[in-house]
Design a protein around this ligand. Sequence first.
Ligand SMILES: Nc1ncnc2c1ncn2[C@@H]1O[C@H](COP(=O)(O)OP(=O)(O)OP(=O)(O)O)[C@@H](O)[C@H]1O
Ligand SMILES: [Mg+2]
Length: 329
Amino acid sequence: MNVAASASASMSAAIHAEHLRKVYSHAPPGVAALDDLTLDVPTGRIYGLIGRNGAGKTTFVRIAATQLTKTSGVIEVLGHDVDQEPRVVRTQVACVPQESRPLYFLNVDEVVYLYLKLRGADSPDARRRTKDVLAELDLTEYAHQSVMRLSGGLRRRTLCAMVLASDAEVLFLDEPTTGLDPLARRGVWEAIRRTSRERRTLLLTTHYLDEAEALSARLALVEEGRLLLEGTPQDLRARVRYPYRVTVQTPFPREELEPYGRVTNIEGGYLVFAREDDAREVARRALDRGARLSMGPVSLEDIFLDVVGRSIQDDALPSDAEEGVFERA
Ligand SMILES: Nc1ncnc2c1ncn2[C@@H]1O[C@H](COP(=O)(O)OP(=O)(O)OP(=O)(O)O)[C@@H](O)[C@H]1O
Ligand SMILES: [Mg+2]
């Protein structure tokens, strides 16, 4: 990318990171939590950050949200350098941290209301937003309960409510739905989508890849502090060598499936990654034998397992990496 293109990308990006590096003070020698990370989070969109435990997601979120300082590189939020203008950035961002507890001695509605007041909302606005967000996240019946007596998932939802009720331009949600029941998760999804319709930016980290795919306009996959993949869910699929997955439950001879794609053993049968025509052929053969089968496009989880798996394998065995679901870069 030339300099002009890079500059214009950074102007339209809500979060701009360039060669970002973070080495924690007590890290083992040579271990960086973020290593030359360059990415742009577009304004007004939901951006998904995914990766294994320890990949660096929370480190990125905390640096962008002014809670942690970088070691080197550039990080800007809404055009403001996070190190040079942290106070400006802080007024425009809100964050659901990965681990934290809302103030225990207050009721649910008080926690949300006070958070909004501290952010500068006037009283009627804070009251209205509190009422709306509690309804949105199905928390109205708990409004007057002490946070201390809530279950873990309800406390998490209270934290999400605080941040999703705010008027911040950039929202950081670090695993907002971890520990939430499936209905509550969908409530948070709706609130996330509503915030995005208000043209505000959300950076979401999650280990639920269905969630990442359902919500994110773009996704970044990080591993050991580096960017492995970045793009829209469609971009990621467009790069897939084998865009279909077929599962076949039968004692098929494996050799019969091998010519059609990449075959792995699963409980009671095989999983085949294949191109469309080959996937149809595998399905036809399975039907001929009366075997149970399922067929569909590869999931983000397939892509994740393949790309991260090969990245780990490449570290260990540089010359012996298998052909993947993905095209190699
Ligand atoms: N306060 C800290 N001091 C030293 N090292 C840290 C600290 N916090 C995180 N790390 C290290 O930095 C790396 C990235 O951690 P980080 O918490 O950013 O990962 P993550 O992607 O959020 O993982 P998870 O999915 O488990 O939340 C890990 O190797 C971790 O051990
Ligand atoms: Mg984390």
